[in-house]
Design a protein around this ligand. Sequence first.
Ligand SMILES: NC(=O)c1ccc[n+]([C@@H]2O[C@H](COP(=O)([O-])OP(=O)(O)OC[C@H]3O[C@@H](n4cnc5c(N)ncnc54)[C@H](OP(=O)(O)O)[C@@H]3O)[C@@H](O)[C@H]2O)c1
Length: 225
Amino acid sequence: MKKPSTVLVIGASRGIGHELARQYREEGATVHATVRKEADAASLATMGCTVHTLDVTEGAHWSAFGKAIAAIDFDVAIHNAGVSGPRNDGPPTLAEFDDTMRANVWAAMLMSPVVGPRVAAAHGKLVVISSRMGSIAARDNPKFTTYRASKAAVNSVMKDAALTYGPQGMVCVAMHPGWVRTAMGGAGADLDVVDSAKGIRKTIDGLSRDDNGCFFNYDGGVMRF
Ligand SMILES: NC(=O)c1ccc[n+]([C@@H]2O[C@H](COP(=O)([O-])OP(=O)(O)OC[C@H]3O[C@@H](n4cnc5c(N)ncnc54)[C@H](OP(=O)(O)O)[C@@H]3O)[C@@H](O)[C@H]2O)c1
């Protein structure tokens, strides 16, 4: 299976995104990684990544980032940045709702027309990191209602990107990274970040044109929307 030579990881300061950037560099890929805060660039730069500053909730940042990557074709791009939203039960405040939806949904809407053409140019793969918690079909409890709604919505954004750029040769999918021991997943989660990233990379390697618009688990299993 051909390994990707040029990879983009959006939201790589820590957690799953940071580990994906590390493993792709270890595999020998050219890696472009984005961070929100300049201070988080150093460890990625030390690995040999090209680091871009990007707050995914800032439209102006996407414009500047679009110019920076205008001549780069990505075999693989991973939209990983996300927030957990309010952890209390019941309806969110409007501010909590706005913050979560901006980071998890609006950002993906801004990402698609900037990154989609650069991945389509390489006939590559665009992966939106979603969550099992966004699956309406698999839902078995109502907690974290804002996060769940945001991940269900980002699956819809992914599908629109698949319909837009699929005909140009891109494969676009949503992916659940597993329940992972990060700041978001918590110390009691099932999976180490290394194993999550390994599974995500292997699943990406195995994607074909027929998978465009689908939803996968990190271990390659098919998820229901
Ligand atoms: N961990 C799990 O169990 C789990 C399960 C299902 C899905 N996921 C999804 O997996 C992805 C990564 O999660 P994680 O567990 O690695 O979480 P994490 O450790 O909390 O990392 C979140 C990442 O998103 C970035 N981010 C958040 N808001 C951003 C913004 N406005 N602009 C730019 N970057 C921003 C963070 O950057 P900063 O450092 O600047 O905040 C950080 O790099 C998320 O989409 C999450 O929803 C995680």
